[in-house]
Design a protein around this ligand. Structure first.
Ligand SMILES: Cc1ncc(COP(=O)(O)O)c(C=O)c1O
Length: 395
């Protein structure tokens, strides 16, 4: 058989991949069982009164928000959080009925009316914003549930904790809003040194104490919440009435020192296919800028995934992938849609074979954290880099 015939035969086999051929080039595998397991692990840390909010902003950290939301709600998550109005609408359009908090700041009347229409719940960061909400919603018969954000030290959204009492009283005095929760966000919960986190906790306690809310009991009216993944794993005193968990749901630890708290399983695997295999001679340059020159004759594989899919270009020449049962080095600059591998160790490699970029095959595992460590960034950024150009397949 001629080699091109062999290739087209293989391509045909790929099209019959059971997913209508969408796994022909590159894809993300979302492990539902791992997702459910992670939710159960997290819930085992929480007391019966503490609800679990799944943070599904940024397309569920690159995993695909609608599908992830449905699965985690079925697994026992009580609330969802998104960053933007369109993210919330996307979930409603997918038929999701659970309460959805928008974490970002919104203050335009047309957006406020959309929040009401889609029955989403906004974050209110300052009195002026609350006023705009209340005035805009004068046509409503029911008050809108709103979530007041206090800044206890993150220096991002929120009213300074010292002004909590005035803020709460002001919103309570407005006709078209009702306070559903008061919350704050921690800046350093994943640090081994807990000094700042303890200070923020103390400020939150003070603020809600001055407002007359107990930090320990949800009375059925106003929920209190403070913890992200790291704080949820660190200390149950930070759990209050609800925890807002993102990263841990997706099976990653916010920091190495938190790994013994519960067992988590990575949900995302990133895979792509070999699209061409060729032999190159010693001295041959590979990819843009010739950042790699073959030191000897070698076998090169082209793979159909690149930085436009979410593989950071700065990993060029620094990453390994798993092919069959081997760790294989990537060589040359990662391009927009493709990257190259030195596959000299697998002489019989064929077009169409699967390459695992993130995930586990046999004894090898490559995690978003490994990439983050190489790049000097955080695993959150690696996950969010995977946009919906890659189809997501539930496995
Ligand atoms: C306000 C807020 N709460 C909770 C989270 C979830 O954080 P994590 O992914 O560390 O659990 C985020 C994420 O950035 C956030 O912005």
């Amino acid at each position: 058989m001629l080699s091109w015939e062999k290739t087209s035969f293989k391509t045909l086999a790929i099209e019959n991949d059971g997913y209508g051929g969408i796994c022909q080039r590159a894809w993300i595998e979302v492990n539902d069982q791992a997702l459910i397991y992670n939710v159960q692990q997290l819930k085992s840390l929480l007391s019966a009164k503490t609800q679990l909010m799944g943070v599904v902003k940024a397309d569920a950290y690159g995993h695909g928000a609608c599908k992830i939301s449905k699965t985690i709600l079925e697994a026992g998550v009580n609330w969802l959080a998104v960053a933007t109005l369109p993210e919330g609408i996307e979930l409603r359009l997918a038929g999701i009925k659970a309460p959805i908090l928008i974490l970002g700041a919104i203050d335009r009347p047309e957006q406020i009316r959309a929040i009401a229409h889609w029955q989403l719940q906004p974050t209110i960061c300052k009195p002026q914003q609350a006023l705009v909400f209340s005035e805009t919603l004068s046509y409503q018969t029911e008050p809108m549930p709103v979530h007041l954000k206090l800044d206890t030290g993150m220096s991002r959204l929120g009213t300074p904790w010292q002004q909590a009492v005035e803020f709460v009283k002001f919103v309570q005095g407005l006709p078209n809003l009702k306070i559903a929760s008061i919350y704050s966000h921690l800046a350093t919960a994943d640090n081994l040194d807990q000094t700042v986190m303890k200070q923020q906790h103390q400020r939150f306690e003070e603020a809600i104490g001055f407002c007359g809310f107990s930090g320990k009991n949800f009375s059925g009216n106003i929920r209190l919440h403070l913890a992200n993944s790291a704080a949820t794993l660190t200390d149950s005193a930070l759990h209050y009435d609800m925890v807002r968990v993102g990263l841990a749901i997706y099976g990653l630890y916010p920091a190495p020192h938190l790994q013994d708290k519960i067992n988590l399983k990575p949900v995302m695997q990133v895979k792509a296919r070999v699209t061409q295999v060729k032999t190159i001679e010693a001295g041959t340059g590979v990819s843009y800028g010739y950042q790699f020159i073959a030191p000897k004759q070698m076998s090169l594989a082209v793979v159909g995934i690149g930085y436009a899919d979410g593989v950071p270009r700065n990993l060029s020449n620094k990453m390994k992938v798993i092919v069959r049962d081997q760790l294989i080095p990537q060589v040359g600059a990662i391009t927009m849609d493709q990257l190259m591998l030195d596959v000299s160790a697998i002489p019989d490699l064929e077009t169409g074979e699967v390459v695992t970029l993130l995930g586990q095959v046999g004894k090898y595992q490559i995690s978003a954290e490994d990439w983050a460590n190489t790049l000097g960034t955080i695993s959150w950024e690696i996950l969010c880099g995977f946009k919906n150009r890659l189809p997501r397949i539930a496995v």
